[in-house]
Write a protein that binds this ligand. Sequence first.
Ligand code: CMC
Length: 427
Amino acid sequence: MPEAVLRIGEKEVSLPLMTGSVGETAVDISSLRDETGAVTLDDGFANTAETASDLTFVDGEAGVLIHRGYTIEDLASEASFLEVAHLLLFGALPTKGELESFVGSIQEHLHVDSAIRNVFSAVPQDAHPMQVLGSAVAALGGHYADDLDPNDPESVERNSYRLIAKLPILIAWAHRAREGQEIVDPIPGADYVANFLEMMFGDGGHIDEQEQIAAKALDSLLLLHADHGQNCSTSAVRLVGSSGANLYGAITGGIFALSGPLHGGANQEVLEMLASISEDGGDVDKYINRAKDKDDPFRLMGFGHRVYKNFDPRANVIRTTAEEVLNRLGVDDPLLDVAVQLQKRALEDDYFVERKLFPNVDFFSGIIYRALGFPVDMFTTLFALGRLPGWLSQFKEMKTDSSNRIFRPRQIYTGEPKRAWLPMEER
Ligand code: CMC
């Protein structure tokens, strides 16, 4: 078996190498501490593979994203969001019959207990929608107390259908409750994304042509977010789930991890940034200079990625989609011009070139969400809806992996060594 040799002081140890299906190499350090007493230190887990996974391959240097062997470009142009959800969850593109049965299983769970609405009235109107969504998903888990066993694959599958069915309902309800509008129930049998848009903005009646155009655009955006390897929120889902916590607890953990501005929250931040640049006269150079200034906390939101050191392939697809959607909906959004200018200037600038900072998935997505009528602070809930199949598939994969253990990283203690106890009056 191929191995790596590591010398610590006088001691030399051999560590096994593992090779992934496209040639990535990992040094398996699980025996390192037992053999040498040393642990590895890796800030932000930038160089740590937390698991082996069959789901998603990202080649950050080449700008490649693959789900179960299919490129994101092919999936974005050919597949629907639910087809990709099936692919991630079950490992294969569905046949027509399999897709119908998958959609049918989701449709069985369109009812949300009205008691969940109390979550929306329990928070002030200015609570962030991600806060509300996380609370609602946690509360939802409480409704299935007798069906939460994370080690029962059938229960995990059933709860996965429940979550796919109910997340759009919770997002739409949260929006309408905040706006003081009547709740619109899902239409049984309607298209997944069109139904969501109708619950958000419609009256539960007919889905018209504009909504169908909007639904198609949103479907492809959700698809582009469906999974992305061991990103922060997915790692949170696995970490929470690794303790034996149930699926709702793990997904709630994922939702809150996603909410941060360095992760999914960036889509809201990008749009707010573009709007303030526009209000400030549209001087993109000023903001490029601010982003480069180490004394200024401002960052170019929607730029940079831990893994992509080349174009984020999702950003390419989203930019084209943004232009198409604005055209088809007849929307002229000046913020798209600001975004295009900003991207152009950044890509010509040595600071961004040297650091390999490119637009990421969040850079253009907000322009589309805005054109579809979503309030800016709802954007990250759409990322959550898109990422849900990935979270569910990763949870399922972890639970069926016999090598799964509780996540329990080590640390290097840098605090005070032992100190003598100080009585209160001597401190
Ligand atoms: N604007 C200006 N400078 C940046 C930016 C940016 N957006 N991103 C990174 N840098 C600089 C950073 O200051 C550092 O410079 P130096 O080497 O001189 O200290 C260098 O580039 C490396 O940055 P880092 O923060 O060490 O990189 P990271 O891998 O830890 O962070 C990131 C990745 C995505 C958090 C970061 O690029 C960032 O904050 N971007 C803006 C927020 C954003 O768009 N997040 C969405 C990420 S993609 C979708 C998702 O995961 O949700």
